[in-house]
Design a protein around this ligand. Structure first.
Ligand SMILES: *Cc1c(COP(=O)(O)O)cnc(C)c1O
Ligand code: SF4
Length: 353
């Protein structure tokens, strides 16, 4: 049913507000309230503006508008799908890999993605770290000299004010063994106005670089405002990478992935990871098969610029880490040092090396 869409002035957080702005059908509101009671809802004006409400499969809408299918929990889905919990030495830190930690200063996000892998942990009701807890998390990093990189995530750390972001980046820059701060964020896409001069200045490290890893899944998320916000970061010397999630019916075809990765490269963002959908509760309608993901990556490898190739990865449930799922192009061919290499079209070639 076509609806009249109005661009909202502020973030929409309730199914009734979404209906008022023509983004969901009024007859669906009651059912969607049940979804919203379980998993937080937020659609920013910048994303509402990019949704075509006449298209029930709109790739931006499907990422942010609640869906009754989220109440279906399928076998194997988990509250902590990537197993962060056992690797939490102090509140706000996840230390799973030797040289890097996640630091989660906030648990809220400007939008709530319907497929979020941390959907049981994020939400407006979940607290940010208080000052003492943040001190404790920073002390843990100071006390562990093998940590080379701090990844700010959450939640979305770019919802911090520029002042608080600047303080945090400065404190991390003061830890001598750190070599890099990385920020995982969706803000340049979902709330591009936050990337103002103050935020850009806050992000720039004094001693070590800050890299920004943008979460984006579809070229339709990237309009002129988004490209401009990314440009402000990159122009300031902040390198950008992206991570995307492979989502059924949304970006699981070669044309969409090609267009999405090209749009990112054109905006000066290097596609880094394409995540296989995690086993978060109520996200079965978004997951593809691993075989489908591998076939897509193989086709991309042959047809599209090497810059547009992210690594297709799985975060192994239980906290065992991320590994590439991409096919192995090489197999041993009998004697030592002789290999069979497969080209992107599937022909095999012998190689000595
Ligand atoms: C994903 C993740 C990282 C970052 O891994 P990279 O492969 O370096 O991107 C670090 N720590 C944890 C716990 C993670 O889940
Ligand atoms: S921005 Fe990231 S953490 Fe926040 S809801 Fe989306 S996927 Fe989850």
């Amino acid at each position: 049913m076509p609806r009249d869409k109005q661009t909202p002035q502020k973030t929409l957080r309730h199914p009734a507000d979404l209906a008022d702005h023509g983004l969901v059908a009024p007859t669906d509101v009651a059912a969607l309230e049940r979804v919203a009671a379980q998993f937080a809802v937020a659609v920013t004006p910048a994303m509402a503006e990019r949704i075509d409400p006449t298209d029930p499969d709109d790739p931006v809408g499907r990422q942010f508008l609640p869906d009754a299918r989220e109440l279906l929990v399928t076998e194997g889905e988990l509250a902590d799908p990537i197993g962060d919990e056992p690797f939490t030495p102090v509140k706000g830190i996840t230390h799973r890999y030797h040289d890097r930690v996640l630091l989660k200063p906030v648990h809220a996000c400007p939008v709530y993605c319907r497929f979020c892998f941390r959907r049981e942990m994020v939400g407006p009701g979940s607290d940010a770290l208080d000052a003492g807890e943040l001190d404790g998390a920073i002390a843990y990093i100071q006390d562990n000299p093998q940590i080379w990189e701090v990844i700010l995530t959450g939640g979305d750390p770019m919802i911090l004010s520029p002042r608080r972001m600047g303080d945090l980046i400065a404190r991390l820059n003061d830890i001598p063994h750190l070599g890099l701060v990385r920020i995982h964020s969706r803000v340049p896409v979902v709330d591009p106005d936050r990337i103002n001069a103050e935020m850009v200045a806050a992000l720039k490290g004094t001693r070590i670089p800050t890299w920004v890893m943008l979460h984006a899944n579809h070229w339709r998320e990237l309009g002129p405002d988004q490209v401009a916000a990314i440009g402000r970061l990159v122009d300031a010397g902040i390198p950008m990478l992206s991570q995307s999630v492979l989502l059924r019916g949304l970006n699981d075809d070669v044309d969409t992935l090609t267009r999405t990765f090209r749009a990112l490269i054109s905006a000066r963002v290097k596609p880094h990871y394409l995540h296989h959908g995690d086993l978060a509760k109520g996200t079965g309608h978004f997951r593809t098969s691993v075989a489908a993901g591998r076939a897509l990556m193989r086709q991309l490898r042959g047809d599209v610029s090497g810059l547009c190739q992210p690594t297709y990865v799985l975060d192994i449930p239980g906290g065992h880490g991320k590994v590439p799922l991409t096919q192995d192009y090489l197999s041993p061919q009998g004697e030592d040092g002789i290999w069979l290499v497969e080209d992107p079209r599937g022909s095999r070639h012998s190689y000595r090396g």
